[in-house]
Structures are given as structure tokens and as C-alpha cells.
Design a binder for this molecule. Structure first.
Ligand SMILES: [Zn+2]
Ligand SMILES: [Zn+2]
Length: 124
């Protein structure tokens, strides 16, 4: 008999953009702890842990799969988000970042490298 309530955590990437389905995504999880603009949540079906960004209408919200709840709030999501930003924007260009003194290649379609895009507030 197929289980209608089976979660799909396994099929999800490690980094999930939940900007457009924030409350829907959260509604399927149990909240374990509240951090600084982030939540520790767990899937009741498969016990997968997630670090979930609090809703912010001005910002892209992400959920990240966590290997454990230990130091969950400081789990590094930055590098995963940067990696996704580069990928979603089509990779790196051949030229260097416009930021003075920065020698990192800029992201395609942008004047800056991913670090400076991130520091400027970009999350996608
Ligand atoms: Zn699950
Ligand atoms: Zn740069």
C-alpha cells in the first residue's frame, strides 16, 4: 500500500530555495529550536534535520540539510549558497572581479565575484 504521507527529503538537494513555499515547507517539519533568524527543524518521517531561514520578504530563504543538530546554528551554509549562486548564474567569466584588489573571477552576467556579490547581500 503506498504511503500518501511519505516525505520527499531524499529527493531534495542539500540546499533548497524555499522563498516561494516557505510556510508550506515548514508545515511538514517539526520545529526543534529557534536561533537568530534561523530554525532547527526535523522531518517527522525520515528524521532529516534542516536549518531553515526565517521568512524575510527582502531575502531569498533557504533550507539546508544538516548532518546533526550539534552546533547547528553555526553550520556553514555560506559556501553552499555561493556555490549555488555561481551555478545558477551560469558559472564564472574569464575576467576578474571589479572590486579593487580582488583577483577572483567574476560571476557571469555580473561585475563581481561571488564573494563580493554575497557581501553585497545577494543570495541567489
Ligand atoms: Zn523526510
Ligand atoms: Zn571580488
Amino acid at each position: 500500500m503506498p504511503n500518501q504521507n511519505m516525505c520527499n527529503c531524499n529527493e531534495q538537494p542539500n540546499l533548497i530555495d524555499i522563498s516561494n513555499n516557505h510556510s508550506d515547507f515548514k508545515s511538514k517539519l517539526n520545529q526543534l529550536e529557534i536561533g537568530d533568524w534561523v530554525l532547527l527543524m526535523q522531518c517527522p518521517d525520515c528524521k532529516q534535520l534542516f536549518k531553515v531561514d526565517e521568512w524575510d520578504k527582502y531575502q531569498i530563504c533557504y533550507a539546508i540539510k544538516l548532518p546533526s543538530s550539534k552546533n547547528w546554528e553555526s553550520f556553514d551554509s555560506k559556501s553552499m549558497i555561493k556555490e549555488k549562486m555561481v551555478k545558477d548564474r551560469g558559472g564564472l567569466s574569464k575576467e576578474k572581479c571589479m572590486w579593487a584588489g580582488c583577483h577572483i573571477k567574476k560571476v557571469k552576467g555580473s561585475a563581481y565575484c561571488v564573494n563580493h556579490l554575497y557581501e553585497g547581500g545577494a543570495r541567489a
